[in-house]
Design a binder for this molecule. Structure first.
Ligand code: F0G
Length: 458
């Protein structure tokens, strides 16, 4: 009997043709791009794993919603629909629309950090870190140590290190900490889940010290699926109930809807406190637009109202995480090292282990991303020292904890055959790994350099 592993709970109605360039053509394209995958034209890419953000395939119901979207400036019908969906899902009384995750951060974080010096998170995503710093505070990461070893199995590698958190609070002073942020799943550690037990404990610590507790909810549905699989208390719960337990007692959340709500653009802020909500609304009007559209067109809001519910469907989540597990399984067979167990939205290949001869300052994860493009037209990205950049004080290259090449898988977009191409490409690269060279930077801007820097082979 064959085990049917991860059946897609959909069929394909509309397709987008892909180009397959020859290797010589790809060599020219990547050279012209200054060996930076962000500078490649998407049409020169065969399988695009740059991000899972805004790259998902919408359902026929969502596309139907695009036609229904009410484009009224104030009080559009779709506004009430999304309010209704979001309030039910998150069990929070106040919901604000914004155009994406970082817009939510831009609106909310300066309010929480006003007069404060620090934000502490299991791990800040890079835009979250940027908005903490723009608000004049420092961002401190406090993930469990198990996350740092890519080879050991641990159910919840995304968790907050609660003991270290308590020590930080003692050392820095609770009055100086504006917010404690739980990022679910923990993207930077490898799309790793956080347990509800850890969320509760972190929230209790925050509240004991009078600090606001916020959730960065970009991948909250994938996190809930892992909780159901791995946390005994929730084995028989519905995904909807796990989401409620996750958000219970949180003061507020930000969310990039471009991930688990399977839309191409959108974001949300939620909170429980009416005074905080007043401040959120005021800043939304200045930066995003009137409160009932928050930087989004009505058609996108309609798709979001629908996508919020589709993203919580257990069969969909089983397929989604199943794709990750399938790809991870093939890589494991092929001896490719990655952050294990695999996370929810991507396989994070451990380039430090695959290319041990390339030092961090010659960017092994970037070198591997370039090889993937040359090998099979696959676009992945560096989550390592190349992305981390230079020390702002000394200008010296920083050494990242991880050198990951991230293979982020868009939702409902690629088939199992595409996943096989990715695995085969990596296995081929492994065979010639010792011959692969590192890169040096020839041109870079001062901040967020990885998007536009130019490189050359060493
Ligand atoms: N928080 C997390 C955990 C994220 O992963 C992202 C985006 C954001 C916030 C910001 O949301 O892009 O809508 O403004 N992550 C994408 C990625 C870009 O590729 O991981 P946004």
């Amino acid at each position: 009997m064959k085990n049917i592993y991860f059946p897609e709970p959909f069929r394909i109605k509309s397709v987008e043709p892909l180009t397959i360039l020859k290797r010589e053509e790809r060599e020219k394209k990547i050279e012209k791009a200054g060996y930076n995958v962000f500078a490649l034209a998407a049409s020169d890419v065969y399988i695009d794993l740059l991000t899972d953000s805004g790259t998902g395939a919408m359902s026929s119901q969502q596309w139907a919603g695009v036609m229904l979207g009410d484009e009224s400036y104030a009080g559009a019908d779709c506004y009430y629909k999304v309010q209704d969906s979001a309030k039910k899902i998150f069990d929070m009384p106040y919901i604000q629309l914004v155009h994406q995750g970082r817009a939510a951060e831009k609106v909310l974080l300066p309010i929480l950090l006003s007069g404060k010096k620090y934000a502490i998170s299991n791990m800040h995503f890079d835009t979250t870190r940027a908005h903490v710093e723009l608000a004049g505070a420092r961002a401190i990461d406090c993930v469990v140590p198990q996350a740092l070893d890519t080879t050991t199995y641990y159910d919840f590698k995304g968790n907050m290190d609660c003991e270290r958190l308590e020590r930080y609070i003692d050392e820095l002073g609770a009055e100086n900490i504006g917010v404690i942020i739980m990022t679910i799943t923990n993207n930077s550690a490898g799309g790793q889940p956080v347990s509800v037990e850890n969320i509760r404990k972190t929230r209790e610590i925050a509240h004991k010290h009078g600090i606001k507790f916020m959730i960065d909810a970009a991948r909250y549905a994938e996190n809930s699926y892992f909780v159901k699989q791995r946390e005994r208390e929730f084995a028989d719960s519905t995904i909807a109930d796990i989401v409620k337990a996750t958000f219970e007692g949180a003061d507020c959340f930000t969310m990039s809807a471009k991930k688990d709500a399977i839309v191409n653009m959108g974001g949300l802020i939620g909170c429980r406190d009416s005074e905080l909500f007043e401040l959120i609304k005021q800043r939304t009007i200045s930066f995003e637009g009137f409160i009932t559209y928050g930087g989004m067109s009505g058609r996108d809001i309609e798709a979001l109202a629908q996508g919020l519910n589709e993203g919580l469907d257990e069969n969909y989540l089983k397929y989604r995480i199943g794709q990750m597990e399938y790809l991870a399984g093939r890589l494991e067979e092929g001896g490719i090292p990655f952050q294990s167990p695999v996370g929810g939205h991507a396989v994070f290949v451990d380039a430090k282990k695959l290319l041990p001869h390339i030092p961090y300052y010659e960017f092994p994860a970037q070198a591997l991303a370039i090889e993937l493009y040359l090998e099979a037209g696959i676009r992945a990205c560096d989550i390592g020292s190349f992305m981390l950049g230079n020390d702002p004080d000394t200008g010296k290259q920083l050494k990242a904890d991880f050198e990951f090449t991230r293979l982020a898988v868009p939702r409902r977009v690629y088939t199992q055959s595409h996943l096989d191409v990715i695995a085969d490409a990596l296995i081929n690269i492994k065979e010639r790994a010792a011959k692969i060279k590192g890169y040096r930077i020839v041109e870079e801007p001062p901040i967020l350099r990885h998007f536009t820097a130019k490189l050359a082979p060493v």
